[in-house]
Design a protein around this ligand. Structure first.
Ligand SMILES: Nc1ncnc2c1ncn2[C@@H]1O[C@H](COP(=O)(O)OP(=O)(O)O)[C@@H](O)[C@H]1O
Ligand SMILES: [Mg+2]
Length: 227
């Protein structure tokens, strides 16, 4: 039996008056340890699916389960996001007035009450993503690639089981894109984190274990390939 981390069951998401169907009766499971590229044309529902999987948005019909349970309240979802799910979204802005170290510490507040523990852990994570020399820089003082590394370090703050990345290399040049992808892959292997990457880049999709392609809010194909 596969170890199912997330189950999406007959999920639809309609917007406003129902004229836009972002997702149309979609079902899929994410197994623990999956490494999945989510692809499909712009507007096919990729971001909507990620938002539903982490509870930032709710389906119009159907249900999302995390480890076999449907989180029934906004509070439960919020707790899952802070403890179990790491988000790397372009819209998830880093806090501009905080340093890199402080940005990574923010999600740790409910989990590590002692300030020195947070600082030590955040420093180790920033070191891990190659930002050991940037601990006290603010986001505005970092390059695009460095900001993305910082977002990854922050997403790892509470050792998530699931990492959701929405076009994490979208604003980066090819060298930085390759480096960020390599980093995400290493984290997947090192920590066994289940990794979902939304991408338009066929080179990225070619490296993952599983490719899920959406079209008009439905699954067009779901293929597994040799690692
Ligand atoms: N807040 C919203 N209100 C209305 N329509 C939306 C909203 N968000 C997304 N959509 C529509 O839902 C569809 C899927 O969007 P999205 O999930 O962002 O696609 P993708 O990430 O694949 O580009 C698109 O037609 C988009 O216009
Ligand atoms: Mg999108």
């Amino acid at each position: 039996m596969p170890d199912v981390l997330v189950a999406v069951r007959n999920v639809s998401r309609a917007y406003s008056d129902g004229s836009v169907t972002a997702l149309d009766n979609l079902s899929l499971t994410l197994e623990r340890g999956d490494y999945l590229a989510l692809t499909g044309p712009s507007g096919s529902g990729k971001s909507t699916l990620l938002h539903l999987i982490c509870g930032l948005d709710q389906p119009s019909r159907g249900e999302i389960q995390f480890e076999g349970r449907h989180p029934g309240s906004a509070h439960e979802w919020s707790r899952l996001r802070s403890r179990r799910i790491g988000l790397i979204f372009q819209s998830f802005n880093l806090l501009p007035t905080l340093t890199a170290l402080e940005n990574v510490e923010v999600p740790m507040f409910g989990v590590l009450p002692r300030s020195p523990d947070r600082a030590r852990h955040a420093t180790a994570l920033l070191d891990r993503v190659g930002l050991a020399q940037r601990l006290h820089h603010r986001p505005g003082q970092l390059s695009g690639g460095e900001r993305q590394r910082l977002a990854i370090a922050r997403a790892l703050a509470n050792s998530p089981d699931l990492l959701l990345a929405d076009e994490p290399t979208g604003n980066l040049d090819s060298k930085n894109s390759r480096d960020i992808l390599a980093l995400l892959e290493e984290l997947h292997h090192e920590r066994g984190v289940t990794l979902v990457i939304v991408t338009h880049d066929p080179e990225i999709a070619g490296r993952t274990r599983r490719i899920l392609r959406l079209l008009d809010g439905r699954i067009q194909s779901d293929t597994r390939q040799e690692a």
